[in-house]
Design a protein around this ligand. Structure first.
Ligand SMILES: N[C@@H](CCC(=O)N[C@@H](CS)C(=O)NCC(=O)O)C(=O)O
Length: 205
């Protein structure tokens, strides 16, 4: 299998981390977003949306990081992607929440507070920051309460749900995410940072 990836990207990170955690043999192919390689016609043949990551397994091409995580975790028996239907649904619940809600709270903070200054794209838009901060508190309250008495999101066992939800916190510090009042999220994320796969996929300065 080959993973087309861009290491600084949280979407790449969650797929790559799953491959590392499960010790799956995956070749890596850099798609340098800073050089615009995602717009190359050859890459658009793989993913017409022009985004990373993409997984190639023989003649099977898969894009969308969550689908890639599930496909990777289906290769061998493991607890990240349980066979139990209720556990699977619970994992999917948190992966869906990450895509539909958590992402929209975290991504604007990451972009306005971190990416814009980094790429010299101008000052943070304070209205966008304020709206995202409100969303962040709404969603983080739910996550924090869920984690109050749990080590991990589903059945107290590390699953794909943890990799999905944690990916959004990759740039929590430079993105100035307001995590001060969410001790359970910080404790859980510290547990994620203990994982070899999370450490290996951390963005390098
Ligand atoms: N929903 C997609 C999002 C993928 C995505 O937005 N990837 C970004 C990097 S984080 C990308 O490749 N952007 C390139 C572009 O939009 O030009 C997924 O989960 O895979």
């Amino acid at each position: 299998m080959k993973l087309y990836y861009f290491p600084p990207s949280p979407n790449t990170r969650k797929a790559h981390a799953v491959a590392i955690h499960l010790q799956l043999p995956v070749d890596l192919q850099l798609v340098d977003l800073q050089k615009g390689e995602q717009h190359a016609p050859a890459f658009h043949k793989l993913n017409p949306t022009g985004r990373t990551p993409v997984l190639e397994d023989g003649d099977f091409i898969l894009w969308e990081s969550t689908a890639i995580m599930q496909y990777l975790a289906s290769q061998i028996p493991n607890t990240l992607w349980s066979e139990d239907v209720k556990t699977r649904a619970d994992i999917m619940r948190w992966q869906s929440w990450q895509l539909a809600h958590w992402h929209h709270a975290c991504q604007p903070l990451q972009f306005e507070n971190f990416v814009k200054p980094l790429l010299q794209l101008g000052e943070p838009d304070l209205q966008v920051v304020q709206r995202a901060t409100e969303l962040f508190h709404k969603e983080a309250t739910v996550l924090n309460e869920h984690l109050a008495e749990r080590k991990f999101l589903v059945n107290d066992t590390l699953t794909l749900a943890d990799f999905s939800v944690a990916s959004e916190l990759t740039y929590a510090i430079p993105g100035r995410f307001p995590l001060e009042n969410y001790a359970h999220i910080r404790a859980w994320y510290a547990r994620m940072e203990q994982l070899h796969a999370w450490e290996k996929t951390a963005p390098r300065g």
